[in-house]
Design a protein around this ligand. Structure first.
Ligand code: GDP
Ligand code: CA
Length: 331
């Protein structure tokens, strides 16, 4: 069975670990979000690709859900001693090595997809991980900054409206001000990376894990050609809600959903994707009351436990998603 999964960081990675356990023999292609990518200290950092790679390759900091296990922060401390920031982005020593290798290869002319493949040679994630695009796409968030001193001064202003990099919004500002708009800068001119459209066309089933619908999956779908390829693939497309009991399980997805005018409910996210894209949708058992609303939107819906408390729980979610896909296929 050939499965294509669109993935962000933590939610995507943890689901993928369950999927691998549920169907060990499946041929899994992951299309990873690169809208969160950022250049720091001259290095190209790809947080979502790395979260997937480290999680599936056994190198993730389990508790945190991102970054390397047994990490140290000497380089960061030394940079800070030179007064070189930003200090708000936590890059550990082990993690730095990944970004150095990546940047070196990019500078030598390799596309990001080839670089990602090379990094995965070490981590052996057991899936084929492809960035959504080799072209540079950066998610920006339009905000109105509160007046006064914003801390380090770099983004402070008096009611100033500006666009900040997604990482600055998420990590530095902790989504503390409303996101007024989300713009995947560069997406319009971008092309899907080699292998993306081919994998979608060859898929038996396409899954949307419980990743952020706006800044993870939404960004992948913003690359011209990807949304159309999925809609036209003619195979079941099944998603799992990242919203449980009207709130994101972790993170601040409600803030970016509000920016696109979508309420933070499992049903509203399904409607946001729409029946043109989604055939099936899983909501958590606490949201069983919304199944009818989702089905009224033309999307087959089931309520099952959706908390990835451990790998087995994620594997059961993957099984449910595949079962719903078969149900939809037979319909
Ligand atoms: P990020 O790039 O690291 O933010 O990760 P993703 O975009 O892949 O996933 C983030 C989403 O995962 C958030 O909106 C969370 O609500 C969701 N999430 C995290 N853990 C769980 C879980 O155990 N169950 C469900 N249903 N969603 C989860
Ligand atoms: Ca992310």
């Amino acid at each position: 069975m050939r499965i294509v999964v669109l993935a962000g960081g933590i939610g995507g990675a943890r689901f993928l670990r369950g999927l691998k356990r549920a169907v060990p023999d499946a041929d899994i292609t992951v299309i990873g979000n690169t809208g969160d990518d950022i250049h720091l200290f001259g290095l190209k950092v790809c947080p979502d690709l790395d979260t997937v790679m480290y999680t599936l390759g056994g190198g993730i900091d389990e508790e945190q859900g991102w970054g390397r296990a047994e990490e140290t922060f000497h380089v960061k401390e030394e940079l800070a001693a030179y007064g070189v920031g930003p200090e708000w982005f936590g890059l550990g020593d082990r993690d730095f090595a990944t970004h150095i290798v990546r940047t070196q290869m990019l500078n030598a002319g390799f596309p990001l997809s080839a670089v990602t493949e090379a990094l995965c040679d070490r981590w052996q994630p057991g899936v084929r991980l492809i960035p959504m695009s080799d072209d540079r796409i950066e998610t920006h968030v339009a905000v109105t900054l509160p007046g006064g001193d914003g801390g380090d001064g770099s983004a402070a202003g008096s009611g100033e409206r500006k666009a900040v990099h997604f990482q600055e919004y998420w990590v530095r500002l902790r989504a503390s001000v409303p996101a007024e708009a989300i713009v995947p800068v560069g997406a319009e001119q971008a092309k899907p990376a080699p292998g993306v459209l081919e994998a979608i066309a060859a898929a038996d089933v396409i899954l949307f894990p419980p990743s952020n619908p706006v800044v993870s999956i939404g960004t992948i779908l913003a690359v011209p050609g990807i949304r159309e390829a999925i809609a036209d693939a003619g195979v079941p497309v099944v998603g799992l809600s990242p919203i449980v009991g009207d709130a994101p399980v972790r993170g601040m997805a409600d803030k970016v959903l509000a920016a696109v005018g979508v309420e933070s409910t499992a049903a509203a996210v399904a409607e946001h994707y729409g029946s043109g894209l989604l055939d099936g949708w899983l909501v958590d058992t606490v949201d069983a009351g919304t199944v009818e609303r989702v089905e009224a939107a033309g999307i087959r819906c089931r309520a099952v436990p959706l908390m990835m408390t451990d790998v087995d729980a994620a594997a059961r979610m993957a099984q449910e998603a595949l079962a719903l896909a078969e149900e939809v296929r037979g319909a």
